[in-house]
Write a protein that binds this ligand. Sequence first.
Ligand code: ADP
Ligand code: ASP
Ligand code: MG
Length: 406
Amino acid sequence: MRLVVQKYGGSSVANPKRIMNVARRAVQAKRKGNQVIVVVSAMQGETDRLIHLAYQVNPDPSRREMDQMVSTGEQVSVALLAMAIHRLGEKAISMTGFQVGIVTDELHTQAKIVDVLHADRVKKCLREENIVIIAGFQGQTRNHAITTLGRGGSDLTAVAMAKVFGAKVCEIYTDVDGVYTADPRIVPNARKLKEISYETMLEMAALGSKVMHSRSVEVGKIYGVPILVRSSLNHNSGTLITEEKKSMEKEVVSGISLNTQEAKVTIFGVPDRPGVAAKIFKIIADHHINVDMIIQNKTNTKTTDISFTLMKSDLKRSLPVVEKSAEAVKAARVACDEDIAKVSIVGVGMRSHSGVASKMFSALAKERINIEMISTSEIRISCVIRGDEGKKAVRALHQTFRLAKK
Ligand code: ADP
Ligand code: ASP
Ligand code: MG
C-alpha cells in the first residue's frame, strides 16, 4: 500500500473551516487507498502569540521553557484535525513528537532530529486504518525535554517522516501553489517554477524565502526525498524540489530572496593582527549564536572594523556576548543596526556565467539603492541594503533578470 505524507502549514489550519478543508483532503487521500500521515503546524499566529507572551513575563526567557510552551500550538492543531476527520467518518489519531519518539539534540529552539524511536507505533496505527496526524516542529532530547526545530520547522518534521516511513514524495501544502521566482506577495507577476533543485531551494530558503524551511530541504537532499510544494486551497500542480537536472543549468538566476529578519552588528576599532577574528568568533560560537555575512574593513594601519549579520531574534542575547568578545580583543566599541534587508539572487547557472554581479549592482544603483555588504557563493549573490528598500530591490532585480511570467 502506498504511503502518503502531507504537511499543512499554519495558514492551512488557521480556523475551523480550514481545518475541515484539511480533513477532507486527508480523507480523500485515504479513500484513494493510501496510508496517510499528516504533519501539521500550529494555527496561524499561535506560535507568534506564545512567543510574545513569553517576552512579556521575561525579556530573556529560558530556551527550554520556550520550547515547552511553543510546542503546545501544534498539540492543539493535531487534536483538532483528528476530531475533524472523525466527523467525516474516518479513523484518525493524533500524536505529539514525544509520542512518535522524535529525538533531537539538546539545542533548544533550533534542535536537529537525530532519531525516531517509535516508528512502530505509527505503523501499527496506520495498519489499523488510522490517518496518523503528527505534530510538526517538535521533538524531545534524550533527557525527555521538549525541543523545537526552528521557525517553520514543521516542514522538517514532514520530510523526516517521509524518509522514515518510505513515502515516495513529501507533500507540503501551504497558502501559495508552489515556489515562485520571488515571493508572489512582493512581486505579483512572479513565475511559478515547475521544478527546482534542492541546492537552489536550499539557498533560497536560507536566504529568506519563507515557503520552505531550509534544513528540511537539506534533509530532503541528503536522503533523496523529493518535496512537492502545493496549495491546500486548490488542486494546482505545484513545484517539485528534486535533484538538479541539465535543463536547470540554463537558468542563470532562478529566484530572488529577501530577508528582513537579520540585524547588522559592527565591532569598531579591532586591533589588526592574526588571531583576533578567531578569538571574537570563538566566543560568539561558544554561545551558539549563528552569524551570517561577515565583512572586515581596514580603517587605518592598526585597526579594522568587523561587521556581521545575525538573526534579529538572537540580537538581545547576542549583544552582551559580542561586547564581551570586543573587550577580549580590546576593540573600541560595538554598534547594531536592525534596519537592514538582505536581497539575494540565486541560480545554479551562475557557476558558468560571468557578469551577473555587475548586472545586479547596476540594477540596484539604478534604483539609487546603496549596498552596505556583499557576499557571494558559487550560486548566489547577496547584498545588505537599507530595510525599507528591500521590496523595491526585489522588484527591480526580478525585472532586470527577466524572471516574470512570459
Ligand atoms: P506555512 O504556514 O504553510 O508553512 P509559510 O508562511 O511558511 O507557510 O510559507 C508560505 C509563504 O512563503 C507564502 O505565503 C509566501 O508569501 C512566502 N514566500 C516567500 N518566498 C516565496 C517564493 N519564492 N515562492 C512562494 N512563496 C514564497
Ligand atoms: N508553528 C511553527 C512556527 O510558526 C512551526 C511551523 O509553522 O512550521 O514557526
Ligand atoms: Mg512554513
